[in-house]
Design a protein. Structure first.
Length: 281
């Protein structure tokens, strides 16, 4: 065993001999959401819900058309009575992604990925529009996400104490905002891998602003995606099962991929919905 000038030792005997010593890792996500068949109504109970079944066949047609990946197809079921809408909700079930936009728009992905239940309410909380949207993400939510957002982040002439890395990130964000319409992939700033202070984070929060949309994805662990008041700028944060932040990033993109249904998801949902509806034929 050798002794370094500062008294540090290396080589055999420099480490504990206890074979039970273990490394303590930060707990990572420990559960994954997988598809589970919703509790379907019995065929005889569905006979009184022809309007609801017709709406679901419209959903299946939208899936089969293959046009719903670029822009969501919309099936309006506002006109259905409460019993038929409840039937639709029971068949579709509740999936892993939830969306809240301000006080007027809420969306919930069904257990069939890419099928979204969307409620638009008035100031009193009463549903005025009840939709099923078929696609990567509800278009009605995207349409209101950045309606009052600014087009770039303002860069101050001076910065406060303990602000170190945020000033360099601000022009980077603005550069990629200008490129977002032609970008092949999102621009991701992984703050978890960058040295930063609490003052850096506070400044980024302040200058990007707090948007109205919050998306919770429970596909693996817990992912929270929040819009900002700057167009096409999002916070994407992953938490473990103890609700500890393990990944913190800013994404410059129209919509972070983590909340979107993939083409394969939509194809799979087409198969599953067709099998469900065959029970009621």
């Amino acid at each position: 065993m050798a002794t370094l000038p500062d008294g540090l030792m290396i080589g055999p005997g420099s480490q504990p001999d206890d074979d039970d010593s273990v490394l303590n890792y930060m707990p990572m996500p420990s559960s994954m959401s997988v598809f589970s068949v919703p509790s379907l109504p019995e065929p005889e109970d569905a006979q009184a819900h022809e309007a609801g079944k017709a709406a679901l066949h419209d959903v299946l047609h939208a899936l089969q058309s293959g046009h719903s990946h670029d822009r969501a197809a919309t099936i309006d079921i506002t006109h259905l009575d409460a019993a038929n809408r409840a039937f639709v909700d029971q068949v579709l079930g509740e999936g892993e992604v939830s969306v809240v936009t301000g006080t007027t728009h809420q969306a919930q992905e069904s257990v069939l990925a890419g099928l979204w239940r969307v409620h638009i309410t008035n100031g009193e909380g009463r549903i005025v529009c009840d939709l099923i949207e078929v696609g990567r993400f509800p278009q009605s939510i995207l349409d209101v996400t950045f309606t009052e957002a600014r087009d770039r982040v303002s860069i101050p002439k001076s910065f406060g104490e303990n602000v170190f890395n945020a000033p360099a990130l601000l022009p980077e964000i603005n550069e990629h905002i200008a490129k977002v319409d032609h970008a092949d992939s999102p621009h991701v700033i992984n703050l978890s891998l960058l040295p930063h202070t609490m003052e850096d984070l506070a400044l980024l929060n302040e200058l990007c602003g707090k948007g109205d949309i919050t998306i919770l994805s429970r596909g693996y662990g817990n992912c929270r995606v929040s819009s900002t008041q700057t167009r096409n700028v999002w916070w994407v944060q992953y938490y473990n099962s103890q609700d500890t932040l393990i990944l913190n990033s800013i994404e410059v993109t129209h919509l972070p991929e983590v909340v979107c249904a993939a083409r394969e998801d939509l194809s799979d949902s087409e198969v599953r919905l067709r099998e469900i509806l065959e029970v009621y034929t």
